[in-house]
Design a protein around this ligand. Structure first.
Ligand SMILES: C[S@@+](CC[C@H](N)C(=O)[O-])C[C@H]1O[C@@H](n2cnc3c(N)ncnc32)[C@H](O)[C@@H]1O
Length: 284
């Protein structure tokens, strides 16, 4: 790979790959995942009312977590198959191992590649594309990636992404006493949540909506979340847990109460800019 930026991104995720799924032991991210799974449960049937089959393009699939979550959530409702593509060979190797272990090799194919140029994939091929947890923030050219994903979707196909929220980026820079980051956010719409990661794109809800519309998407709905509980610096590292967040969430009742407040508010347009991250549901 010649591109210096992508060499850096690839190296960053190759290094994280073997421990990446330990995110399932970080209570903040467990809560965040429960929140987004519940949103999928509520939103997906609205978009795929008369469908029996869903073909997924997991664009920036990483270790395949969201393809497999999606499969578990909906395998009784739809016939699910798909293609996983990622820059990092090592992240995808973990995905492949999990797919093989679950006996799903006939349903899912994998490809090391750049989602800005998916030349090996046919246009108008997929019902749904997922780019969860900052994939569109990590790509070098987000408009190009969204146009490429748009091409690969069938008519009325849906792309769901989760990206970094610019407003939260300001909050986090202040929370973690890294005020020098404010200039980067303001001037270049770029953020890093700790000093070890590459700078990534961040968006306001309106900026994200516009980006999708410019890529051709007809209907774009933006959701923020989690809106009432945020990660600390510890959660930006694999295995890190901020004490006060962990203490709050390790009590099952507290966890469920917080999750309920989050879910009750997820369709409230008043709070969309409060999200730790922002999610787009964009239809072709
Ligand atoms: C934070 S991880 C998220 C992985 C997965 N979507 C998840 O939610 O678990 C971001 C992923 O995006 C991938 N990525 C970044 N830029 C990419 C690009 N241009 N093409 C393909 N994958 C990319 C990285 O290699 C990494 O695996």
């Amino acid at each position: 790979m010649k591109n210096r930026y992508y060499q850096k991104v690839k190296k960053y995720f190759d290094k994280k790959a073997s421990a990446y799924d330990d995110v399932d032991t970080q209570l903040y991210w467990v809560l965040s995942d429960c929140f987004f799974k519940e949103i999928l449960k509520r939103e997906i049937p609205k978009y795929f009312k008369n469908k029996k089959k869903i073909k997924i393009l997991d664009a920036g699939a990483g270790t395949g977590r969201w393809t497999l979550f999606f499969y578990e959530l909906f395998r009784h409702k739809y016939h699910i198959s798909g293609h996983l593509i990622d820059l990092s060979e090592k992240m995808l190797a973990v995905a492949k191992e999990k797919i093989v272990k679950k006996n799903l090799r006939d349903k899912f194919s994998l490809e090391v590649g750049n989602i800005e140029e998916m030349n090996r994939i046919n246009d108008n091929e997929f019902d749904l594309s997922l780019s969860f947890y900052n994939v569109i923030s990590f790509v070098e050219n987000p408009p190009k990636a969204l146009k490429e994903i748009y091409k690969k979707l069938k008519r009325r196909g849906l792309h769901i992404s989760i990206v970094a929220n610019k407003y939260h980026a300001y909050y986090f820079a202040i929370l973690t006493n890294r005020l020098k980051e404010i200039k980067m956010i303001k001037k270049h719409s770029k953020v890093r949540f700790n000093d070890n990661m590459p700078y990534i794109h961040c968006f306001t809800p309106c900026e994200l909506k516009k980006l999708y519309q410019q890529a051709g998407f007809r209907k774009v709905y933006i959701i923020g979340g989690p809106n009432f509980i945020y990660p600390g610096m510890e959660e930006t590292f694999i295995h890190g847990n901020t004490k006060n967040i962990q203490n709050k969430l390790k009590d099952k009742d507290n966890f469920n109460k917080i999750l309920e407040v989050e879910i009750n508010a997820y369709r409230n347009n008043d709070i969309v800019g409060r999200g730790n991250v922002i999610m787009a549901l964009a239809q072709k």
